[in-house]
Design a binder for this molecule. Structure first.
Ligand SMILES: *Cc1c(COP(=O)(O)O)cnc(C)c1O
Ligand SMILES: [Zn+2]
Length: 418
């Protein structure tokens, strides 16, 4: 159906075009390939009223995604809430704050279900039956679950020191999970060799041009949920650096097809201090990122030391007039607890990174207190519970007695206690 809207693949560096296939780099200069659309045809075929009549999931923007036919994997992904966060706003001292909450994305509770839905639907169109990924956790969960539901075989390679809950949450789907004694970047290199040797579809390697397009739906939804407009500021977590640029691309595409006014949005990137190649590049004014060889952070989902889209993420941030920051493990855990107690949202460590960085940027005066902010929450706290444990009070334990309970209340109310 949407095949008429895709022209092919195009190099992001030199513009060389290629036919659609499972490939991700330009043979001239090794630049990354991107899907090339016919926006005039899309503008003729798609408008707001047509989108609004469709089910509220990521496929309501189907013409702006690179499939030939209807999606066959992840048909219910997306359509997550945009939450007005007044209590958190008050705590941070700002007027208007929203949370785009992909902690409740279906089926594996992170925004990765969006990218995987596109990559695996495309893998099937290309006739692939074995798929896989290199992952810091959430992608592993999502590829395994969506491949299982689609009847595809999956090989998932992860750093062997990953959180146990993320490994269990992958194995349960019957995927072949392989722990690698190495960093994410070493895992990624191995996957590139495997994809090449066996001809499998690795979602974030040879299927990356299609995979990356799925992230746009996070931005499409954000603009539609704000009433077909863009916010002044977006704060986004960065691992490989893809999502942040795809939110901007989503806004630009909606404008290009006539659905929103020209976007005037500044983008801010958030990273953990223990793995901050992109934020360091922005803050220091470097031309390219310096890889972090040994990431060391509780935000494992963001621990990519040599980010594939680092250059483009920094460009989006700079060109939009935004900024980037990084925060310590302690700040991450405290921000997870802050989000929980103000908004009732349990985000994983990446969400702690994003909230803590938002707080920092507000305190630095980089984000003005009277302008609208959207914070991107991309994963669920139930997957990284241990990270926040030290910031929370242990529950009191008493006998099943009303007297002891009342004693507890008096104790809590007593001013002598600190
Ligand atoms: C993968 C991931 C990101 C970052 O995605 P990139 O597009 O690689 O920058 C952010 N948050 C969570 C929870 C993730 O799993
Ligand atoms: Zn090229």
């Amino acid at each position: 159906m949407s095949s008429t809207f895709v022209r092919g693949l195009k190099c992001r560096l030199c513009g060389q075009t290629y036919p659609i296939s499972a490939t991700n780099f330009c043979t001239e200069d090794f630049g990354p390939l991107e899907v090339d659309y016919d926006y005039e045809a899309i503008a003729d075929a798609l408008d707001r009223s047509k989108i609004e009549l469709r089910p509220f999931n990521m496929w309501r923007y189907q013409e702006l995604l690179p499939l030939d036919g209807e999606p066959t994997v992840g048909r219910q992904v997306g359509g997550t809430p945009l939450v007005r966060a007044d209590r958190l706003a008050r705590e941070l001292g700002v007027d208007t704050l929203w949370i785009k909450n992909d902690a409740v994305n279906f089926p594996t509770l992170s925004f990765k279900d969006r990218v995987v839905a596109v990559a695996l639907s495309k893998a099937r169109e290309l006739g692939l039956t074995t798929v896989g990924c290199a992952s810091t956790g959430n992608l592993a969960n999502s590829v395994a679950a969506n491949a299982a539901a689609a009847g595809l075989e999956s090989y998932i390679l992860v750093p062997s020191d990953l959180e146990r809950s993320k490994i269990l949450g992958t194995s349960v789907f019957g995927a072949k999970v392989i722990g690698i004694r190495g960093t994410y970047d070493e895992v990624n290199r191995l996957c590139t060799q495997i994809a090449f040797k066996y001809g499998w579809g690795f979602v974030n390697i040879n299927l990356r041009p299609f995979y990356a397009e799925g992230s746009k739906t996070f931005g499409f939804e954000m603009a539609e949920q704000l009433g077909w407009r863009t916010p002044r500021h977006v704060v986004c977590p960065m691992a490989g650096g893809s999502l942040i640029g795809k939110i901007q691309k989503a806004f630009n595409e909606l404008h290009r097809i006539g659905s929103i006014e020209k976007p005037e949005c500044k983008f801010y990137g958030a990273q953990p201090a223990g793995c901050n190649p992109i934020s360091a590049m922005v803050k220091n004014g470097w031309d390219s990122h310096r890889p972090v060889r040994k990431p060391n952070t509780i935000a494992k989902s963001l621990a990519i030391g040599d980010p594939a889209d680092g250059y483009f993420a920094a460009k989006v941030i700079r060109d939009s007039g935004g900024w980037a920051e990084d925060v310590t493990d302690r700040e991450i855990a405290e921000a997870m607890a802050l989000l929980g107690r103000t908004e009732g949202i349990f985000a994983e460590t990446a969400g702690g990174v994003t909230i803590a960085v938002t707080q920092k940027l507000i305190e630095q005066g980089r984000i003005p207190r009277d302008e609208e902010i959207v914070v991107c929450i991309t994963g669920n706290g139930l997957k990284t519970q241990d990270a926040v444990a030290d910031c929370l009070e242990e529950p009191a334990v008493i006998a099943p007695s009303l007297e002891e309970f009342s004693g507890l209340l008096t104790e809590a109310a007593s001013p002598v206690l600190v």
